[in-house]
Design a protein. Structure first.
Length: 201
């Protein structure tokens, strides 16, 4: 499902390249864009709350942001208590909402109705996440670590790749500046994000 996976196999196993064909997973395209509210920094994430997904680091990043921020997370799992211990220390400038396990249709409805500044992923390993495909199909920019097949979906049009060892404070400041500079709310740029999704996924 990714060039990254294909290259990994070719580099580590004695198998003919002719046996492989990369076929990106796809999604049903919608003719809608996520609504914009440039006055509220709203970060959304979606994954199981398991060690692989490192959602606790997203929580730490939210905590390090020095302006009011809303964080909405979809998904649940074994690390819920660990993450609760982090967010329970936040002050009232942080609006935290855990949606838990929901159907895909509920998640997609949220993407088309609630203004979202940026979608965030901080996994240690990924192919090309379907959740990111879905977000860019609504024009939502993405920030994620440069791992796995991420560079096949996140580029200068669709979002921001970060080094997986980047500090929490640096990422928090980077997201804050994205919000304050307002570029992530530019409708023409969001249309280009959607066009990339339509073309590639």
């Amino acid at each position: 499902i990714s060039n990254y996976a294909k290259n990994y196999i070719l580099n580590n196993f004695n198998i003919l390249e002719a046996k492989f064909q990369v076929s990106h997973l796809g999604i049903k395209q919608k003719n809608k864009l996520n609504p914009i509210n440039e006055y509220i920094l709203h970060i959304v994430s979606c994954s199981g709350l398991i060690p692989l997904k490192q959602v606790h680091i997203i929580a730490q990043i939210i905590g390090a942001i020095k302006i009011p921020v809303k964080w909405t997370h979809f998904g649940d799992g074994e690390e819920r208590n660990k993450i609760n211990q982090i967010v329970n220390k936040f002050d009232k400038s942080k609006n935290i909402e855990f949606k838990g396990q929901v159907t895909n249709s509920v998640f997609l409805e949220y993407l088309v109705t609630e203004p979202i500044s940026i979608f965030m992923n901080y996994s240690t390993s990924e192919g090309i996440p379907v959740s990111i495909m879905e977000c860019i199909s609504y024009g939502i920019p993405v920030i994620a670590p440069n791992i796995g097949g991420m560079e096949e979906i996140i580029n200068s049009d669709t979002g921001f790749l970060i080094h997986p060892k980047t500090s929490v404070d640096v990422i928090a400041e980077f997201i804050t500046n994205l919000h304050l500079k307002k570029d992530i709310y530019d409708m023409e740029k969001r249309k280009r994000i959607k066009e990339f999704a339509l073309r590639e996924f």
